[in-house]
Each structure stands twice: as structure tokens, then as C-alpha cells.
Design a protein around this ligand. Structure first.
Ligand code: SAH
Length: 445
């Protein structure tokens, strides 16, 4: 196979990122925006030793899973992987993705429970738009930092569009400079908007490469005129030459430092830096599944990687006691506030690394019946898994994961240390992207 060669290819599988794959003369050829069941004419763009990349020239026979694309920037934007196939096919892809990881990496050949899901449009409650040099907000192109301007993203709440327009107009009218990654100069880096779905409260913030902005009052007035649900307007200061979007320091220029949402019957305070699942309705379904697996009634529950405490607090009313561990101090403060604000007295929170805090709790002879882990993508450390297995030895471990590959690796580690996978359920918190969450139940013995 050579670069610029045209080939006929049948798409037979997807990569974990959702690109179509076909085999040509024994070699895997990756072609984005194709669907399993397509026969295509592809142009080969790049050839490596064992695989190649191509792009579609013509769809000769479309897959029955194809649907018409409802987004004008799908081919350019790096946000969605699946606007060209129907949602049923996407859910099947996600169930398979988790199943294959659990089988291949985890060494357990067990089918998942049916994926849990909700709406596939406008489900996100948060956006962090970079701004281009024309002052237009957008998303990065796939695997790149080129900004694709976006008028209305179908994953975002409809009212974000008007808020973005107000900020774009304010930037233009006042000739406010925009941050340049190449030389570290310019003011506006990102626009941050978060909506509390249950209360409709909205937080707007500008991420800036300075300590303050001018023309603040004009911006505040225009924003409040646009949307009366805006309860907090802030600045986040990030002067670092880094890809990390948010800096550590925020200041409020209008209203409160936070907005409040309701999740699993718990009032949750959300400050700018707090982690909160971007899909509220699905987070509730996922936490309900975690609760079903945890059976927390009259138990001591250890909630590791607890963020603002949401999973543990959602079980606190039935549980005997909840102990949460989280590394970000602001999130721990939110968790403590959330417990108090909801009249929950049997929960305590520790700020620190999950593995170290677990070790310390074990030394203090704290007994737990259920351990919940909800780590970031890299999963748990072997050290933590051993502490859980040998020092706490709970009856149940509930693993909530945002990465099937590290979940599967950790299922294997748990199984080598006395815990058996009983059941697992994928949950679609990120429809139209290739990401999938999973809740898994492991039992001792
Ligand atoms: N359970 C929470 C948060 C899950 S996201 C929820 O559902 O909302 C993962 C969390 O782990 C983040 O809040 C992150 O700050 C935290 N974290 C990352 N590394 C950690 C570590 N080493 N120890 C403890 N917490 C950590």
C-alpha cells in the first residue's frame, strides 16, 4: 500500500476512539467518520509498518447504521465521534468497547449489563470554549489546537449560545486581546459556562492571562440582560504557559462564588474549580447503579476519589457512616459544605491522595464494609488495590470508571488479590463521543 493510493475498503470495526477500521491486504486501515458495514473508496494518507490512515473519497455502500448528520462542523470539530451513525449503533459500540477491554485486559469473559442511557442531545452542563484571534468561541479540531468556531453546539444547553454571543460582542466592541499560545501574550484564554440543570442557575467565567479585566460592568450588565438565571460571574486567573485550562485562583465579579444543583436529592454546591459530572441526569443514573451495587444500608462506606462528595453523600442517609477521600482541597471543602447543607452528620472527608489516606485509615483500624473507587482515567494504583484487599477487606468493592482499559487492568489486579467481578454496567454519560463510564461490582472470595 502506498500514500495517495485509492482502495476499496469494507469497514468492519471501530477503534476505541470511534474511528472506522477495515482490513486491506492484511493491514488495518483507519478511516474516520465511517461506520461498520460501510463499503468505501478511501484515499490512503499515511502508511506505517502495520497499519495505515485514510480518508473517505466515496461511500459506495452505506452501512444500515448511518444517519444524516445534524451538525455543520462535525468533520472539523474534535468534540463528537458519532454524528454519522444512529444512537442505537453507538450504544452497541460502547457496550462492546467495555466488554472487549474486560475480556482482553481484565481476563474475564463476561457480557456487560445493558448500557444505561438518557438523552443524546444537549446533555452537557459545562463548556470551556477557547477563543480564536477574531474573538470567536469554538472547539479544538481533533488532536489539535486549531480552533473551529461554533455557533451552537448540539451537546450544550441552548442558552449557552446567547451567553457566548454577548461575550464575543464585548470582546469585539472593546478590542479585548485574545491569548496566543505561541508567545503567551493576550488576555482572554477560555470562556467557562456551567449550568445547574435542576435549579437552572448559571455560572459564567472568563479564564484570563492577567489579574483583572477592564469594562467589567458593561460585561456584567450585558450578561444579566441576556440571561436572568446567571447567578455567578467570575474570573479565573491562569498566567501559566500550559494546556491546562483553569488556573488555581478565581475571583467573583458578580453574585456568589458558586451555583447550586440537586443530584440524587442532595443539594450540591459547585464552585468554578469543583469536579462535577457534565451530564447530570446520567450521573444520577450512574450513582443509583453504584448504590444498587454498594448496598449501603447500615454500612460504613469509604468513597475514594470523592470529588465534591456526591456519590458518598447520595448514600449517606441509608449508610451508617461515609468517609470520603479527595486530593483537591476546594472539592473537599465543597464536600464538607454539601454534607452540612443537607443536614448529613455521618459523613467526613479527608483531603489527600487516595492510596496514602486509605493506608492511614487502615492503620487507625477503621473498618469499612463497602469501598467505592471513582478514579481519574489512569485508574487505581496497585498499592491502593492491595490496601483495599488486605487491610480493609470489604465485602463489596464498587468501581466507577471513566476508562474501560484501566478499569479492566484493575479488575485483573483485584482478582489477583481475592476480589471477583460479579457484574458491570456501562453508562453513557457522553453520547456522541467515544467515551463511556462503567460501574462494576467486585465481591470478596
Ligand atoms: N466521585 C466524584 C469525582 C470523580 S472524578 C464524582 O463522581 O463527582 C475523580 C476525582 O479524583 C477528582 O475529583 C480528582 O480531583 C480526584 N483525584 C485525582 N487523583 C487523586 C488521588 N491521587 N487521590 C485522591 N483523589 C484524586
Amino acid at each position: 500500500m502506498q500514500k495517495n493510493q485509492e482502495i476499496i475498503l469494507e469497514i468492519t470495526d471501530y477503534t476505541a476512539e470511534g474511528s472506522g477500521v477495515g482490513k486491506y491486504e492484511g493491514m488495518a486501515v483507519f478511516v474516520p467518520e465511517t461506520a461498520v458495514g460501510d463499503t468505501i473508496k478511501a484515499l490512503i494518507l499515511k502508511v506505517k509498518k502495520a497499519y495505515a490512515f485514510g480518508k473517505v473519497l466515496e461511500i459506495i455502500k452505506p452501512s444500515s447504521n448511518r444517519c444524516s448528520c445534524d451538525c455543520g462542523v462535525f468533520s472539523k470539530c474534535g468534540g463528537c465521534a458519532f454524528r454519522h451513525i444512529n444512537y442505537e449503533a453507538e450504544k452497541t459500540f460502547k457496550e462492546n468497547k467495555v466488554y472487549e477491554a474486560v475480556k482482553r485486559i481484565g481476563g474475564v469473559d463476561m457480557k456487560p449489563q445493558p448500557i444505561i442511557y438518557d438523552k443524546d442531545l444537549r446533555y452537557r452542563n459545562k463548556v470551556q470554549y477557547p477563543v480564536n484571534f477574531d474573538g470567536k468561541a469554538g472547539f479544538y479540531a481533533f488532536h489539535s489546537h486549531r480552533i473551529v468556531p461554533i455557533n451552537d453546539c448540539l451537546l450544550q444547553p441552548i442558552e449557552f449560545k446567547g451567553i457566548i454571543s454577548v461575550i464575543e460582542n464585548w470582546i469585539k466592541k472593546n478590542s479585548i486581546s485574545v491569548y496566543n499560545e505561541e508567545n503567551g501574550k493576550g488576555l482572554i484564554r477560555h470562556i467557562f459556562i456551567r449550568k445547574a440543570e435542576k435549579t437552572n442557575e448559571i455560572m459564567v467565567a472568563l479564564v484570563i492571562n492577567s489579574d483583572d479585566i477592564s469594562q467589567k460592568d458593561e460585561l456584567i450588565n450585558e450578561l444579566l440582560k441576556e440571561n436572568s438565571n446567571i447567578k455567578s460571574i467570575g474570573l479565573n486567573i491562569n498566567k501559566n504557559r500550559t494546556n491546562v485550562i483553569l488556573g488555581n485562583l478565581s475571583k467573583t465579579i458578580y453574585g456568589e462564588d458558586y451555583i447550586v444543583d440537586i443530584l440524587c436529592g442532595i443539594k450540591v454546591r459547585l464552585s468554578l474549580l469543583s469536579f462535577y459530572q457534565v451530564n447530570r441526569d446520567m450521573a444520577e443514573k450512574l450513582y443509583n447503579k453504584a448504590r444498587e451495587y454498594a448496598k449501603p444500608e447500615n454500612k460504613t462506606v469509604l468513597d475514594l476519589y470523592c470529588g465534591a462528595g456526591t456519590i458518598g453523600l447520595s448514600m449517606a442517609r441509608e449508610a451508617k457512616k461515609v468517609i470520603g477521600v479527595e486530593i483537591i482541597p476546594e472539592a473537599v471543602k465543597d464536600a464538607e459544605f454539601n454534607a452540612k447543607n443537607n443536614g448529613i452528620k455521618n459523613a467526613r472527608f479527608i483531603c489527600g491522595d487516595a492510596a496514602k489516606a486509605a493506608e492511614k485509615l487502615a492503620e487507625e483500624n477503621i473498618k469499612t464494609d463497602v469501598v467505592i473507587v471513582d478514579p481519574p482515567r489512569k485508574g487505581c494504583s496497585e498499592e491502593l488495590i492491595k490496601t483495599i484487599a488486605y487491610k480493609f477487606s470489604p465485602d463489596r468493592v464498587v468501581y466507577v470508571s471513566c476508562d474501560p482499559a484501566t478499569l479492566a487492568r484493575d479488575i485483573k489486579l483485584f482478582s489477583e488479590n481475592g476480589y471477583k467481578l460479579i457484574e458491570y454496567t456501562p453508562a453513557d454519560l457522553f453520547p456522541r463521543t467515544s467515551h463511556v463510564e462503567t460501574a462494576a461490582l467486585l465481591i470478596k472470595g
